[in-house]
Design a protein around this ligand. Structure first.
Ligand SMILES: CC(C)(COP(=O)(O)OP(=O)(O)OC[C@H]1O[C@@H](n2cnc3c(N)ncnc32)[C@H](O)[C@@H]1OP(=O)(O)O)[C@@H](O)C(=O)NCCC(=O)NCCS
Length: 505
């Protein structure tokens, strides 16, 4: 039911007669706390006198006790019907710059609508509508505009800028895609060389981090260490709020951050294993250097390229939870480190970036292909999520998973064979037990298989994801800061009705 004027109006309207003095009307308005009085003649509306009219009279040095309302009122004002929709009231008030309108039923005055009534309405209505219309988890809600890329879930397609992300993973380096996200264009050969050399120079730990990491690494996993280290990095380098710096300064900060993140995680891993961190090299690509720092061995070109392709595929992916988090934090004007610490926290959850090691643990538990059906049915019956399956946006094959399955096949090995068989069984089991939900493998299922086959230990799976995704977060931070508006939605209050008296202690 649309809201009509009757729902909002104040009734009965306060009235006076045309001969009443201005002084008396002013007193009435003050005592009733209202901004207008309807002037009536034999019960019909003859005019309206508002605060504005009183001001005009005062400015003309009128003697209020002597002048009558009739001289200063607006005669024959526009009126509204009680059953008109409030939209009409808005238009009338806004169009004529009125603050009050009498409400008339036939010839009878039944109330008055003020701008204040409508303002109250305007505050209430959006909250009500959003509460009913916005789906839980904000599914399908457009929360911002971006030029960085998009995901088309029904088609199984996603892109960075105007290129298919899968084509980029097949044909370009991580550094080229990084450049694309920052600059909006792919680099030519010279730009690519200069950019790759520039970011390679920025890989070393800062002195403060180098000193503190051995202590921090005693406390947690490499990914937990990263969360702390990014905060330390921002403090050490004196990163100021995005609100206070220009785009060039923020861009330079993101280059330093994205270059040093892999070094931090590799150092944390080695320190956790009781070894000294491996110094980064500038002669290797980002992915090859990362594997070098984690394993202490120069990787084969095949392994380096597989990890690089995984990282390209996961650089960015629409308004996923961690990217949204980074943008929300940036929207407050906070600094880059704050935004990325928040994003790291969001990524750590098993429903987001924490899945690949769990998917691999599942393969371990299943053990052999002939166990897959009964193991998976048991898990779904218990209400467990099958890790590496299902996606909020993709309702068909996740293109990243298809690509990584090919990468995994190319690398080969018994784990890959088992994974493919389990995938087929899981798709069938989920279709059977969760009909209509359209659950397929997501990026995480083959991510763990590929990373493990390339020699990365499990605790480095989510960090490896983050080492690429930090580039996407950074691009979003830059974009948010450049076109900022505070992100501040509403919530529907569902608790007991307030206010109740506060009990004495
Ligand atoms: C990714 C994920 C969180 C998306 O969730 P979502 O869009 O919120 O989907 P929902 O939680 O609404 O799930 C819809 C239905 O499918 C089921 N479902 C979704 N993913 C499932 C999975 N992996 N295993 C079993 N059932 C699953 C849900 O139980 C639900 O069933 P119901 O309608 O009977 O309650 C979810 O698919 C999931 O938990 N996957 C496993 C974790 C994972 O792989 N994460 C990495 C993501 S890249």
């Amino acid at each position: 039911m649309p809201t009509v004027v009757r729902d909002l109006m104040s009734a009965p309207a306060v009235t006076c007669e045309a001969g009443t003095s201005l002084a008396e009307v002013a007193r009435t308005m003050r005592d009733a706390g209202i901004g207008s009085v309807i002037v009536t003649e034999r019960g019909k509306v003859a005019g309206i006198l508002t605060e504005r009219d009183l001001l005009r009279a005062a400015a003309a040095a009128t003697v209020a006790s002597a002048e009558s309302v009739e001289l200063w009122m607006t005669a024959n004002p526009d009126v509204l019907g009680p059953d008109e929709e409030v939209g009409a009231a808005w238009i009338s008030l806004a169009h004529h710059n009125y603050r009050h309108l009498p409400v008339v039923d036939g010839h009878e005055l039944v109330g008055v609508v003020s701008l204040r009534d409508l303002m109250g309405m305007a505050r209430l209505r959006p909250a009500d509508e959003h509460g009913t219309e916005i789906p839980a988890g904000l599914e399908g809600v457009v929360a911002a505009e971006t030029e960085l890329g998009d995901v088309r879930g029904e088609e199984g397609f996603f892109h960075y800028r105007r290129y298919s992300a899968v084509d980029l993973a097949a044909r370009r380096s991580l550094e080229d895609v990084w450049y694309l996200l920052l600059e909006g264009e792919l680099p030519d050969a010279g730009e690519a060389r200069r950019f790759a050399a520039d970011v390679a120079q920025r890989r070393a730990l800062t002195p403060g981090l180098a000193e503190m990491l051995p202590e921090v690494a005693k406390q947690g996993s490499p990914f937990e260490v990263l969360r702390t280290a990014v905060s330390l990095l921002g403090a050490e380098l004196g990163w100021r709020p995005t609100h206070d710096i220009d785009g060039a300064e923020l861009r330079a900060q993101t280059l330093r951050l994205c270059s040093v993140v892999p070094t931090i995680m590799a150092a944390a891993y080695n320190l956790g294993e009781g070894r000294a961190p491996v110094e980064p090299r500038t002669d290797l690509s980002s992915a090859a250097n990362y594997l070098w720092m984690v394993t202490g061995e120069e990787p084969t070109p095949l392994d380096a390229r597989a990890v690089e392709q995984y990282q390209i595929l996961t650089i960015d992916h629409g308004f996923n939870a961690s990217t949204f988090t980074a943008r929300v934090i940036t929207s407050t004007g906070a600094d880059l480190a704050a935004a990325v610490c928040g994003a790291i926290g969001a990524l750590s959850g098993p429903l987001h970036g924490g899945a690949p090691s769990r998917a691999l643990a599942m393969l371990d538990e299943i053990g052999s292909a002939d166990q897959a059906d009964s193991w998976l049915r048991g898990a779904v019956e218990r209400g467990d999520r099958v890790m590496g399956f299902g996606h909020r946006v993709y309702k068909t094959d996740d293109p990243r998973s298809l690509f990584l399955r090919d990468v995994a096949r190319f690398l080969g090995g018994p784990l890959v064979e088992l994974a493919e068989k389990v995938e087929r069984t899981a798709v069938d089991v989920l279709a059977d037990m969760k009909p209509g939900r359209r659950l397929f493998t997501n990026v995480e299922f083959y991510a763990g298989v590929v990373m493990s086959t390339c020699g990365l230990p499990r605790e480095m799976f989510t960090p490896t994801f983050a080492a690429g995704r930090v580039i996407g977060w950074s691009a979003h931070v830059i974009e948010q800061a450049a076109h900022n508006r505070l992100i501040r939605p509403s919530a529907r209050y569902t608790g007991p009705s307030p206010p109740v008296p506060v009990p004495d202690p």
